[in-house]
Design a protein around this ligand. Structure first.
Ligand code: AHR
Length: 500
């Protein structure tokens, strides 16, 4: 049996975990909104047309923020189309996904859904086909109390209290040639700076996310961040990162190692931000918003009809192996809790999502639902500096990949070990967390399957679920557990004599 070790000390912290790292994302695309969260004819639909079965499942995830309305969608979106009487809203050609947008759901409806779910909206503005004016008007419409054209318009639309959205994204993936209104870094940096200035004059309490690169593999990665931040470092609060991983070659070892790329990506962006902070002699330390991350490849290349309403886009069906990568991505975010202050699993319903629905029918949890839910519930508080000792392997794209990927968190006397066994052998894990005094195992949740490609679907919604049959136990003051091959583990410990 392979052996591995974790050492964590209660006073050695990476940082406080910002709850918003467990955010998610709803874009107007595919069946995320129409047929996902919103389906007026559905048996569980409420008076506004929102599916209650979906709403309840989203609540289970304990999602603190949801980014909206895109994504690529936002870069040609006119927010005004989605407010006011629904019967008067235009049907538009939606350019990013070549669909038809009816605008039956817009900002006010989405804000109402978010309230029901108990989450905050992270609003994105269109800096593709539009600019400063539309952005500052949107802030006025959403956040200004009353007594101005757009705040009064909102009131006329029946929304008396301002939404007070706190966090705003300045466009989406503006470095990508696929983006409507794609820009050079200099063009985007200037626009982001001026939009930010105007938006913060309207509401000085908002926080802004500038677009970083669409992923680390972009040819302009690095230069994009530097040139953009050169223009808007002092005006923004976060820079975004996006990444999606795939296992196109059916190579499990390589797929599970992809989080080494994510780890490096975060460190690189931290360095780029700090370099610009140094050049500017700024007092500000820029934080990171990893506002799109997930596994995405099962649906790639799938054709769908164009110019239809709510086509079945990006409906990836996730397997056990994908859940391990998602677990490992969550561990990676926690390892950078000092700088990553917001993150959004992309997306939430039907489109590369943990939750799937059938139109007029059922809702079910995909495999990736579970690691996301575990981290969101048990990974709060502080992330601890976690030293790991583990054998390593080499694969196609990476060398020295530890079989064990793990991080430890602590929250008011509860210590949680999140661990992925990347190997195909059992692993004896020893956790040395003696600084916490005496402790007991509350539970050891383990998710594994003899078939790494097993999935949940409409007919088998519970084919792959976590089990509470982990064998973690405390022995001689150390927590020991045998981790199943290719498994996701959550070991929850209660500390008796715990003092901060
Ligand atoms: O999440 C799907 C798409 O991926 C988003 O619209 C875009 O921002 C990214 O490229």
């Amino acid at each position: 049996m392979r052996k591995a070790k974790i050492i964590a000390e209660k006073d050695y912290r990476i940082g406080k975990i910002d709850d918003r790292i467990y955010g998610s994302f709803i874009e107007h695309m595919g069946r995320a909104v129409y047929g996902g969260i919103y389906e007026p004819g559905h048996a569980t639909a409420d008076e506004e047309g929102f599916r209650n079965d979906v709403l309840e499942m989203v609540k289970e995830l304990n999602v603190p923020v949801v980014r909206y309305p895109g994504g690529n969608f936002v870069s040609a979106y006119n927010w005004e189309d989605g407010v006011g009487p629904v019967s008067a809203r235009p049907r538009r050609l939606e350019l990013a996904w070549k669909s038809v947008e009816t605008n039956a759901v817009g900002i006010n409806e989405f804000a109402s859904w978010a309230k029901k779910v108990g989450t905050e909206v992270v609003m994105a503005v269109n800096l593709g086909t539009r600019g400063v004016d539309a952005a500052r008007n949107l802030v006025e419409y959403c956040n200004h109390e009353a007594g101005s054209y757009y705040s009064d318009l909102r009131k006329k639309h029946g929304v008396m209290r301002p939404h007070k959205f706190k966090t705003w994204c300045l466009g989406n993936e503006m470095d990508g040639p696929w983006q409507m209104g794609h820009k050079t870094a200099e063009e985007y940096g200037r626009l982001a700076c001026e939009a930010a200035r105007a938006m913060k004059v309207v509401d000085p309490d908002i926080e802004l996310v500038a677009c970083g690169s669409s992923n680390r593999g972009m040819p302009t990665f690095g230069k994009w961040e530097l040139s953009t931040l050169e223009c808007c470092y002092e005006q923004v609060d976060y820079i975004s990162l996006h990444t999606y991983y795939a296992n196109q070659a059916g190579d499990t070892a390589n797929f599970l190692a992809k989080t080494l790329d994510m780890d490096r990506y975060i460190s690189d962006v931290v360095s780029l931000c700090d370099a610009m902070g140094a050049v500017k002699k700024s007092k500000k330390k820029l934080m990171l918003s990893f506002d799109e991350w997930n596994v995405w490849y099962h649906s790639k290349g799938k054709k769908s009809d164009i110019w239809t309403m709510a086509p079945d886009l990006l409906a990836d069906v996730y397997n056990m192996e994908d859940a391990l990568v998602v677990g490992s991505m969550l561990i990676t975010l926690l390892k950078h809790a000092d700088r990553v202050k917001m993150a959004c699993l992309a997306q939430l319903v039907n489109v590369i999502a943990p939750i799937m629905t059938e139109t007029g029918g059922a809702v079910w949890r995909q495999t990736i639902f579970y690691p996301y839910s575990h981290a969101s519930h048990y990974g709060r508080g502080n992330a601890l500096l976690t030293l790991t000792e583990s054998e390593k392997y080499d694969c196609r794209d990476f060398t020295d990949v530890p079989y064990l990927d793990a991080v430890v968190t602590e929250d008011n006397g509860e210590v949680t070990v999140f661990a992925v066994n990347r190997g195909e052998e059992e692993m004896l894990l020893e956790c040395d967390i003696r600084g916490f005094g005496t402790y007991t195992v509350k539970e050891h949740i383990a998710m594994y399957d003899s078939d790494r490609y097993a999935v949940n679907d409409k007919n088998h919604p519970c084919r792959v679920t976590p089990k509470k049959d982990g064998n973690a136990a405390v022995e001689d003051g150390r927590c020991k557990a045998v981790l199943k091959p290719l498994s996701w583990n959550v070991i929850r410990l209660s500390c008796g004599a715990y003092e901060l």
